[in-house]
Design a protein around this ligand. Structure first.
Ligand code: AMP
Ligand code: MG
Length: 288
């Protein structure tokens, strides 16, 4: 990725958000790295950058239709209410829905539990030409599983290396992986959960188990730190995105995705037919 800032940003965003060396518990979730203007300006920039994202996505899709096997996978991880669902709606909502392979990962089913943890993940990888989005992911298998002791340490400890190997294979097969850890403050999560309890139109989003996860905030911070320490690889790097301001986290992910697609240097596929001949055929058809 180029190191100069994109228009509207004060620094190169992928570099500013790169996870390497991050101390997760001290990330300022309300900060807006690389952007020094307000919410309205942020939204305006996001829609401008979204047009570029949309064009790049169309190119990726076109390439996929023409035999190019490449794809992009956005992995979203964050605590409850960090805005993963809204990220999909607002960022991926700016591109053609047909080009998006969206997957969510909840509590594994009985069938899924009977298989190795990556089994259900492998099945949801993006097809060629697609932008895949994981709303939660295989990282739950070293987050909730670790925090809630759903598997013994001897099992989850080996998963970091397994995940790195898995992601390396995925990247080698043509998928660019962009991993986003959405940093949310304790205070902001409290406000968002309270809103869910105050508003009847938000009840459906509330899950009593969110309180159990909140209760284990520190253990989750340790588990997120371990994820960043163990799985921030050259082939599948993590980005830490401050998410107390949804307008910022959405702008940042728009930019990270745009950067990933730009680095693919996507060209419009050439015609696999004789253009001049087809023009003649079209022009020579008599009106019925
Ligand atoms: P939500 O994303 O709000 O729909 O919630 C999905 C729930 O499924 C969260 O509580 C996750 O922690 C949980 N979950 C996701 N993956 C796993 C997993 N591999 N093992 C156990 N629980 C999981
Ligand atoms: Mg939930």
């Amino acid at each position: 990725m180029s190191s100069s800032p994109s228009p509207g940003f004060t620094t190169n965003l992928p570099a500013a958000l790169a996870a390497s060396g991050t101390s997760w518990s001290t990330v300022d979730a309300a900060s807006t790295p690389g952007f020094d203007r307000d919410k309205d300006a942020g939204k305006e920039l996001m829609s401008a950058r979204g047009k570029i994202l949309s064009e790049l996505q169309e190119r990726l899709y076109a390439c996929g239709k023409s035999g190019d096997h490449r794809s992009v996978l956005l992995v979203l991880q964050g605590m409850d209410t960090s805005g993963k669902g809204g990220m999909v709606r607002h960022v991926l909502g700016m591109v053609e829905p047909q080009g998006v392979d969206h997957a969510t990962f909840g509590t594994p089913t009985e069938e899924e539990r009977a298989h190795p943890f990556l089994w259900r993940v492998e099945k949801k990888l993006p097809r060629p030409g697609q932008i895949g989005v994981f709303d939660r992911s295989h990282y739950e298998d070293v987050l909730i599983v670790r925090v809630n002791e759903l598997a013994p340490p001897s099992v989850w400890r080996t998963r970091y290396d397994e995940i790195n190997d898995f992601e390396r294979r995925v990247v080698e097969s043509g998928t660019t992986i962009v991993k986003v850890a959405m940093a949310l403050s304790w205070e902001q999560q409290g406000k968002r959960l309270a809103r869910r309890l105050r508003r009847p139109d938000k009840y459906w989003k509330y899950d009593p188990s969110d309180i159990e996860a909140r209760e284990k905030w520190v253990a989750y911070q340790e588990a997120y730190q371990a994820v960043l320490d163990r799985t921030d690889t050259e082939w599948a790097p993590w980005y830490v995105v401050p998410s107390d301001h949804k307008w910022y986290s959405r702008l940042a992910v728009t930019e990270l995705l745009t950067g990933a697609l730009t680095s693919l240097d996507l060209q419009w596929p050439p015609a696999d037919f004789d253009v001049e001949h087809e023009k003649q055929r079209l022009a020579s058809l008599p009106r019925p």
